[in-house]
Ligand binder design. Sequence first.
Ligand code: NAD
Length: 295
Amino acid sequence: MSARLIDGKALAAQVRSELAARVAALTARGITPGLAVMLVGDDPASAIYVRNKIKACEETGIRSYAIHLPATVTQQELLARIRAWNADINVHGILVQLPLPPPFDAQRVIESIDPRKDVDGLHPENAGLLLLGRPQLPSCTPAGVMRMLEAAGCNPAGQHAVVIGRSIMVGRPMAMLLLAADATVTLCHSRTPDLSAITRQADILIAAAGRRGLVTADMVKPGAVVIDVGIHRTPDGRVVGDVDFDQVRHVAGALSPVPGGVGPMTIAMLLHNTVRAAELAVDAARGRGVQSASD
Ligand code: NAD
C-alpha cells in the first residue's frame, strides 16, 4: 500500500491565488493589506523564514514592512516599534519571528501586539477565542493543517485525532481546531508514556514533536491520515520531518511530505490571516463611519 501524498505546495499555491483576488478587491477600495515583520538577531534559519514570508507577500500583492534589529536592541526599543505598528493604519498584520534571542521576553512582546493585528494567533485574546471555539486569527501552522485535511477529503468529525506536541504555537491550537471540527482529540507530549499505543489508535495523526523520524511505521494505524509538521535539516543538507516518510508511506492512507507539506501552507495561512485582518479592519472602520479612499 502506498499513501496518497498531501501536496502542501500545490494547495498553498491555490490558497495564494484565491488571496490575490481578495487583495485586489481591497486594493481597488484603496486599502492594500500590509504585514509588518520583525526579525531580531542573526539566526540563519529565522532569516530564511522571514525572507520567504516577505517574498510570498510581494507575490500576493500584500505590502510588507520588514525590520531587522540587532540582538543588542533593548526590549523597550522593540516594544516601541510594535506600538508604532499597532498605531499604523497601513499595517494590518504584525509578526515577530520566533524564537527571539535571549534575554527577550517573547510572551511580553507577543502581548504588546494589537490582537486584531496578531496574524500569528499567539496573543492571549486570540488563544482564548480559539479555546472558546470562535477563532478569529488562528495560528498559521495548525490552520494550514486543517486546510490540508480538508483538501485530502478528511473530515475530522467523529474521528480520533492524535496530536504529538503541546507547544503554544502548534500542538495546543492544533488540538483546539480539531476539537472545533468535532474530532475526538488526544494531545500527547514528552511525558506521555507508551506513545505508540496511542498513535496506533489515530485516524488522524499530527506529528509536531520536533524529533526527527519519531513516527515510525509501527506507530501508525493502516489507512490513517498523517500530517508531518516537523522540520529538520540533516547533516547532508536534506530537509526531513518528524515522520519516517519512507516507512510510513507504506502504512498510512494519506501523508504530507517534508519539504512541500505543512511549510508552504504555514506561509499561505499567514497571508490569509493578514488579508482577513485587513478585511476586519475595513469592516470595523465602516462600522465607525470612516470612509476609505474609494468610498
Ligand atoms: P516545541 O519544541 O515548542 O514543542 C515540541 C513539543 O513536542 C513539546 O510539547 C514536547 O512535549 C513534545 N515532544 C518532544 N519530544 C517528544 C516525544 N519524544 N514524544 C512526544 N512528544 C514529544 O516545538 P514546536 O514549535 O511545536 O515545533 C515542532 C516541530 O514543528 C519542529 O520541528 C518545528 O521546526 C516544526 N515547525 C514547523 C512549522 C512549519 O511551518 N512546517 C511551523 C512551526 C514548527
